[in-house]
Design a protein around this ligand. Structure first.
Ligand code: NZQ
Ligand code: ZN
Length: 384
């Protein structure tokens, strides 16, 4: 096991009474800025419930954060927050609203000329306005981690930053808020959480048997829950289990001391930046292609995953790996995320800017730093 420091100060309130706890979780004084998406919380009643819980507080609203949150829009929120002297940010919505809120929190304290440097140049986050969150879409794990992914469409960029300073002070997880998710967003959440686990697990063995089994437990639970949530989308208990899986998938616990490989996300973010596919839709396409391309390098872990999550057995590792990739693809497809570019009327040729973009950033990816420009191209060819 590699050396690690584990730190997760987020207070999670889970369950049907979680929203009622907000009053005691929020600071008593100051001005709260409520950040929101494009209307789902007004339709499903979450807005009204949150407003009720905020009664008597000084509140400013910032509405209209888009999926794959946009830098320019975040900067509008920064301007408003400065004008209104905001001292606390309350994100109400999915991962995009929360990621935007994290960027806003960091930008409010940024001392350089342009806070975009945090994403583009790795400028350090030196301070952040405190954040709370009411999560309505289980997928990203943003509610329990310090990550944020922001897009700048004018530059064709979608870039991540990470800092413990933007972890929420509290995250409210009431599964009932997720009952209004449609089939597409529900599927996206399951696939995103699944791939988060895979990126922290499917590398090579460094003697982390507990972390491996924690990862496999989340994968197996998602495999079990996916057909259940499709069959009974109004079952709040099933929704709650999906929600807790998604948080656990990216809370920095299962990756303690492990070797990680975020290649699927790195390539997937570029597909979103170029063609606008949903985040999870890109992951369902790229992960099986990476498993195929890296089948030798990742072979040991793929076989372990095949045996423990899919109960695939046999004498021949190559055959096990073939079956395992097929099972993984079938799982994504059944869940509701197609596994080929062609499903979106795209071809690998439509993505051929990506190898050069990543190379231009000096990115050589993969757990052994063996996926460069040529390999990214080959992986994208397998995504046809
Ligand atoms: O904007 P509104 O009207 O709220 O609608 C949203 C949006 O259209 C809707 N939605 C959210 N909760 C709902 C709901 N609709 C009905 N009922 C509800 N309860 O769902 C749509 C998608 O929302 P979004 O927040 O974009 O989805 P998600 O949570 O999947 O977040 C995706 C973003 O997170 C980034 C992705 O790249 C993408 O930008 N990621 C963030 C990570 C992190 N911070 O750790 C890690 C991930 O790998 C990921 O990269
Ligand atoms: Zn993701």
């Amino acid at each position: 096991m590699k050396n690690f420091t584990y730190y997760n100060p987020v207070k999670v309130a889970f369950g049907s009474d979680a929203l009622k706890k907000m009053g005691e979780l929020l600071p008593q004084d100051g001005t709260i800025m409520m950040t929101m998406g494009k209307g789902s919380i007004r339709k499903n009643g979450v807005y009204d419930k949150v407003k009720k819980a905020l009664a008597g507080r000084e509140v400013v609203e910032f509405e209209g954060i888009e999926p794959n949150p946009e830098y320019e829009n975040c900067m509008n929120a920064v301007k408003l927050a400065k004008e209104k002297n905001v001292s606390f940010l309350l994100s109400v919505g999915g991962g995009s609203v929360l990621d935007a809120t994290k960027f806003i929190a960091a930008a409010l304290h940024f001392e350089g000329a342009d806070p975009w440097d945090i994403c583009e140049k790795g400028a350090p986050v030196t301070g952040a306005t405190p954040i709370g969150c009411v999560l309505t879409l289980p997928a990203t794990g943003s509610e329990v981690n310090g990550n944020s992914v922001i897009s700048r469409r004018g530059k064709g960029q979608k870039l991540a930053f990470s800092s413990p300073l933007v972890m929420t002070q509290f995250s409210i997880l009431d599964p009932a808020t997720t009952l209004s998710l449609d089939a597409r967003q529900t599927a996206n959440g399951i696939v995103d959480a699944f791939v988060h686990v895979m990126e922290q697990y499917l590398t090579y063995d460094v003697n982390t048997p507990l972390q491996d089994r924690q990862a496999e437990a989340i994968l197996s639970t998602l495999v079990e829950l996916s057909p259940k949530v499709r069959a009974t989308p109004n079952d709040v208990a099933v929704r709650g289990n999906v929600m807790w899986c998604a948080s656990n998938a990216l809370s920095n616990l299962i990756n303690c001391g492990t070797v990680q490989d975020w290649s699927t996300h790195i390539i997937g973010h570029e597909i979103t930046a170029l063609h606008g596919l949903d985040h999870a839709q890109t992951l369902a396409i790229v992960l099986p292609a990476i498993m195929q391309h890296q089948r030798k390098q990742k072979g040991g872990k793929i076989v372990q995953y095949a045996k423990r999550v899919w109960a695939i057995d046999g004498a021949d590792d190559d055959e096990i790996i073939d079956q395992c990739i097929a099972k993984t693809k079938a799982f994504f497809e059944e869940t509701g995320c197609p596994t080929s570019l062609s499903a979106y009327n795209l071809t690998p040729d439509d993505c051929m800017k990506i190898p050069g973009i990543l190379a231009g950033r000096g990115m050589i990816i993969g757990e052994r730093a063996d996926i460069g420009e040529k390999e990214v191209e080959a992986i994208l060819r397998l995504c046809a």
